[in-house]
Design a binder for this molecule. Sequence first.
Ligand code: ME8
Length: 512
Amino acid sequence: MTKRFYITTPIYYVNGAPHIGHAYTSIAADVLARFKRMDGYDVFFLTGTDEHGQKVEAAARAAGLDTQAYTDTISQDFRDMTDAMGVSYDDWIRTTEQRHKDSCAALWKKIEAAGDIYLGHYEGWYSVRDEAFYDEGELVTLPDGSKIAEKSKAPVEWVKEPSYFFRLSAWQDRLLEFYEQHPDFIAPTSRRNEILSFVKGGLNDLSVSRTTFNWGIPVPDAPGHVMYVWLDALTNYITAAGFPDTTAPRWDFWPADVHFVGKDIIRFHAVYWPAFLMAAGIAPPTRISSHGWWVVDGEKMSKSLGNVVEPRVLAKTFGLDQIRYFLLREKPFGADGSLNHQAIISRMNVELANDLGNLAQRSLSLIAKNLDGKLPARGDATPEDSALLDAANALPDIVRLHMDRQTFHEALEEIWKVIRSANGYIDRQAPWALRKTDPERMAVVLRVLVDTIRVVATLLQPFMPASIGRMMDQLGVAPDARSLADLAVPLADGLALPAPQGVFPRYVEPVA
Ligand code: ME8
C-alpha cells in the first residue's frame, strides 16, 4: 500500500497582497511535498485563503468593494503568486466555499454535542490585526494610554458582546498529556517549550463566536452569531480532506502529517486546534512545524506594516529556482533571517553558478569533447573514487532525515559538502590532463563525477525543480526515472548525452 502524506500551509488572509513571507511558507511546504512524492509517497498538499473575519471585512470596506468580490480578487492574486512560485499544491481551499461552511457547521455541532461549547458573554481585549483575544498580562500600555499586544505590537480594543465559549480550560491536562506522548508534535524545540509553559500556566475558555459583525460562517441555530475566524480557518484542514464525510477517499489522509506555520500562529495550531479536534473526537495532526521571520531593514515584513517584498518581482530579477534555493539555504528554518539582494546574489553566483553549475558543466564538457558525448563505464575504483561515491550514496538517507525534521538548510549543507568534495576531486584528478596520458583513467574519473552529480541533482529537484530538471536532462536521466528509488539503477554505459549547456547563470548587475 502506498504510504500517504498530508502537508498544509497556513491559509492566508486576503486583507492585502501576498508577499515573500507567504511565498516562503508555501515554498518550504512544496519542497517537502516534492521530496515525499519522489520518495514514493502519495502526497496531498493543501493551501488556500482565509477569507472571513473583521480584518478582511474592514479591508474590503477600505477598498470600497463588496466583501465577496474583494476576497475573490485577492484570493486569485494569492493563487497566481503561488503558481508563479512553482508550488505544486493538490487543492486550493477558500473558506468562503460551501464545502467549508458545511464542514465548520458539522465540527461545531460535534463539539457542542460533546458539551464543550456554552453560551456566555465576552468582555475583554481583542486585536483585529491578529484576530486574537488577549489577556491584560499580554499587553503593554503606550505613552498615549492605548494598549498593544506585547508580542505582535498589534493594537487591541475592548469588546463586550454575547458569545459562545469553547471549554478550553477543561483541556489543559489532556493537552499536556498529548504533548508528552508526542514529543515531535511542535517543532522546533524552543517553540515547543514556549507552548508547554503557556498551557501549564492555565487556559481560559475561548470565545468562539462574534456578534458585532457578520462576515463569517453562521453558528448553527444561533442567529446573530458568526464563528470566531480561527475556529473557521483551522477547520479548513479537515474540510479539504472531505469532512464531515469520513468515507471520502481523502479522509484517509487525515491526520495531517505536517502543518507548516509561521511562529506567529503556533498557539492557534498547537493549543486550540488539537483541543477542538479532540473535543470532536477527531485525531489531532501529527506535527506543527514553525518557522521564523523574513525581516527587511530589521522589521518583520507584514501586510499591515507595508514593508513587503513581492515574490514575483524577486523571481523575475534573480530566477525562481535561485529564490527558492536562497530562502531555504540562507537561514535555519526556525530562525529569523534578513532578506537582501547581496546575499541572494552571493548564493546564486558562488553556490549555484560556481560550485554546482561549473562542476556539472566541466564534467559534461569533458565527456562531450573527449568521449564523443558517450557516458563512460564504471571502472576499478581508487580509494579517492570510493570516498566520493560513498559520500554521495550516503546522502539520500541523510537528506531524508533532515526533510522529516524540516531542517532544510542542513539538508542543503550536507548536499553542498558532497558538491565541494566533488570539486576538490575534479581539481586533484584533473581529468583534462589525462586525455593523452591515461584516457582510461580519465573515463573512470568522469563516470565517478556523473554518478555523484546525479545523486546530488536528484536530491535537489524538490528545491529547484526547473533548473535541476534541465541538469537531469544533461545527465541523460530519463524524466520518469528521477525518484530516489531510481538511484539504485545505474545509468547505462555508453548512454549518449546531449550537448552540455550551463544551467545556473551568474547574476550580472544590469547596466543602468
Ligand atoms: O495568519 N516571514 O494569515 P496571514 C516569514 N489566516 N513568514 C511570514 C512572514 C514573514 N515576514 N509574514 C507572513 C494568518 N508569513 C491566518 C492563518 S491558518 C488556519 C490561518 C507567513 O496572511 C507565515 O507562515 O497573516 C505566517 O504564519 C503566515 O504567513 C501568516 O499569514
